[in-house]
Design a protein. Structure first.
Length: 189
């Protein structure tokens, strides 16, 4: 070995190879569960509903999430292919918005606003209490798959803080009791 290659520790190469091998195997595993019919179907719908324009990225991602309840990796790749946008840019957009989910959520999603107004009015305490009662942190799902807990920087509901969103419904002046009651009511329905 000469030059830079001789200076590089061998263990770093092994770690990198293990990481990339694991990552590639997970992608292959993921792709094996997705049929080409799924991909072709999504491509057809995207062609029909969304012009091939960079400005259609967020509407297309919202559409995919509405269809699949989250943004599967393969679907983000299809969106990127359709719009002519690199997958890294699609993934970057998807992870920049808290309302876009890149992992399969539980049956119910509870999103707590932790913006300044909500925090001042108890949003942080509400999040802490929910973490304790559910036994999970933000971005996690209960082991039974019932609830996914997440937080958002601002729900733009400052006048009725603290705000939470249960599934697709925002509620202001939320309390731990009101959130637990909402979860019970939704499970009974």
């Amino acid at each position: 070995m000469r030059g830079r290659e001789a200076d590089r520790p061998a263990c770093r190469d092994v770690e990198a190879n293990l990481y990339f091998s694991f990552y590639d195997s997970q992608r292959i595993l993921l792709r094996s569960r997705v049929t080409s019919a799924d991909q072709k179907g999504l491509r057809a719908v995207l062609r029909e509903k969304f012009p091939r324009d960079h400005g259609q990225l967020l509407p297309a991602l919202h559409f995919v999430q509405h269809e699949y309840r989250h943004l599967p990796d393969w679907a983000m790749e299809v969106v990127g292919w359709h719009l002519g946008i690199p997958a890294s840019e699609v993934y970057g957009a998807a992870t920049s918005y808290t309302e876009l989910l890149t992992v399969q959520p539980g049956r119910h999603v509870v999103q707590v606003c932790t913006g300044i107004s909500c925090s001042i009015n108890g949003g942080g305490r509400l999040l802490d209490s929910l973490q304790s009662s559910l036994g999970i942190g933000p971005g996690e799902t209960t082991p039974d798959g019932r609830v996914t807990l997440s937080e958002t920087a601002c729900a733009f509901m400052c006048g009725v803080a603290p705000a939470i969103r249960l599934d697709h419904e925002w509620q202001g002046r939320a309390t731990v009791e009101s959130v637990n009651r909402l979860l019970r009511d939704v499970d009974e329905a």
